[in-house]
Design a protein around this ligand. Structure first.
Ligand code: EPU
Length: 432
């Protein structure tokens, strides 16, 4: 088991480059198997969730060739199975995108039913509603979800809730259905748009992605393509808040500033400075920041995937802040860990009431999920003394070279094997 050891108190400074968007890549990799021709995906983030998605694709017979760390060639022409194993779905929920992709291509797919996870129960009723509306028969038996159809026919669908996964999954299947599908109340997240753009680069006809009505004219088949994934909005936002928390001066390169507007607005509101360039953003903080209210909402609202990170910054800001989580019911598990570092946060239902303290102090904390783990790293970077963050395999699901990128910005942070006392001692000496 690896862990981060962080000596806090250093202002982050310098430049960091953001990688490709994990959540776009998960959909794009599934979509890539929908053609029998070769697809090249560039700007792929090298994180564990992506490696698992590639293994899931390989396990059904597709050819996967890693060209370099951030480029992969995929050929779905050799697929010999339409069944995604429980093992993959347990490790990453997003392997369920293969349900929409294979249903569209072969009119049959089975995928283990994903359960809930550490941030809450995560039903997929809207995905199923969409597949059924396209004419598929969907059955859940023995832990597997099976979708089959003689043919898929375009439909007019209204989602009951705003769902990123549901929008992407139905968009994939509808791309190869007969006739037009209209998805209303579609998710507008940048990664939905990126999957739509990728499908279009393969010859699909998807219009309106990024608005709440997506129109998909089904085509007979898709062709090969070369496509570069957009920058990761959440990785960028995490570095923005790490800069703010440590009263640093960081330029975050390879970003789309428009995707970061909700985060930028909150950072400016609490008193830090944000300077926007074409594809970079500079964040400067040089004083203790103020309080605010944050409510997570679907895009373009404040992203739930940034909620633990902003709450961590507010835990060190002056005054009382209120953070309301409106997407997931259980995304405050990290609060008890922050309390070990001296934060004063009370959770009532889906609301966290944060009384800012002057300083957090280093402690041993355990990451409950990916984004909460990133928030604990931010807390450790800003805290007085040494913080040990455990369970960092969860952080590595979505952040490539996290400790190296932080170190390049001046952080005292090492990744060590918890069981290896020697490397632990060495790391502690290194961070001082
Ligand atoms: N929901 C339903 N029924 C459905 C689908 C969703 O009730 O059929 C509910 C969920 O329970 C949740 C809400 O709708 O309360 C939003 O769920 P959504 O489907 O939008 O989430 P997702 O597709 O499962 C993606 C990201 C998450 C991110 C959410 C919200 C991927 C692979 N995951 O999840 O990312 O939090 O959208 O923006 O794209 C992360 O990267 O750390 C992460 C958890």
């Amino acid at each position: 088991m690896e862990q981060y050891i962080i000596k806090g108190g250093k202002a982050l400074a310098g430049e960091v480059t953001i990688g490709g968007a994990k959540n776009a890549a998960l959909g794009i990799l599934a979509a890539a198997v929908m053609t029998d021709e070769q697809v090249t995906i560039e700007n792929l983030p090298d994180v564990s969730d992506i490696c698992i998605q590639l293994q899931a694709i390989e396990a059904i017979g597709a050819k996967v060739e890693r060209i370099d760390r951030h480029t992969v060639k995929i050929n779905g022409g050799t697929i010999n199975s339409r069944s995604i194993d429980d093992d993959f779905v347990r490790r990453i929920r997003a392997s369920y995108y293969l349900l929409g992709a294979l249903l569209g291509k072969y009119k049959y797919a089975e995928v283990a039913l994903p359960g809930g996870c550490n941030i809450g129960s995560r039903p997929i009723d809207q995905h199923i509603k969409g597949f059924e509306a396209l004419g598929a028969e969907v059955k859940i038996q023995h832990g597997m979800i099976t979708a089959s159809a003689k043919k898929l026919v375009g439909t007019h669908l209204y989602f009951d809730c705003n769902t990123v996964g549901g929008t992407i999954n139905v968009m994939l299947a509808a791309a190869l259905a007969e006739g037009q599908t209209i998805i209303e109340n579609a998710a507008k997240e940048p990664h939905v748009v990126d999957v739509a753009n990728f499908l279009n680069s393969m010859g699909a006809n998807v219009k309106g992605a990024g608005t709440d009505v997506i129109r998909i004219k089904g085509v007979n088949k898709l062709h090969g393509s070369t496509y570069s994934i957009i920058p990761d909005q959440i990785e960028a936002g995490t570095f923005m808040l790490a800069a703010v928390a440590t009263k640093g001066d960081v330029t975050i390169k390879n970003v789309i500033p428009k995707h970061l507007e909700a985060i930028t607005a909150k950072i400016v509101e609490i008193g830090a400075e944000v300077e926007e360039f074409d594809d970079a953003i500079r964040v400067v903080a040089n004083k203790r920041l103020g309080h605010t209210q944050v409510k997570t909402l679907p895009y373009p609202g404040f992203p739930t995937d940034m909620q633990p990170q902003i709450a961590t910054v507010l835990a060190m800001s002056s005054g009382t802040s209120i953070v309301t989580e409106s997407i997931y019911e259980n995304r405050f598990k990290y609060v008890d860990e922050l309390a070990r570092m001296g934060a004063s946060i009370k959770v009532e239902g889906n609301t966290a009431i944060i009384d800012g303290v002057a300083e957090l102090t280093g402690a041993k904390v355990c990451s409950p999920d990916l984004r909460a783990g990133a928030a604990l790293v931010i807390a450790g970077l800003a805290a007085e003394g040494v913080t040990v963050v455990e369970n960092i395999e969860l952080v590595e699901r979505g952040y490539e070279n996290f400790e190296d990128k932080m170190k390049e910005l001046g952080a005292s942070m090492e990744k060590v094997d918890a069981e290896d006392e020697k490397s632990n001692r060495k790391a502690r000496l290194k961070i001082g």
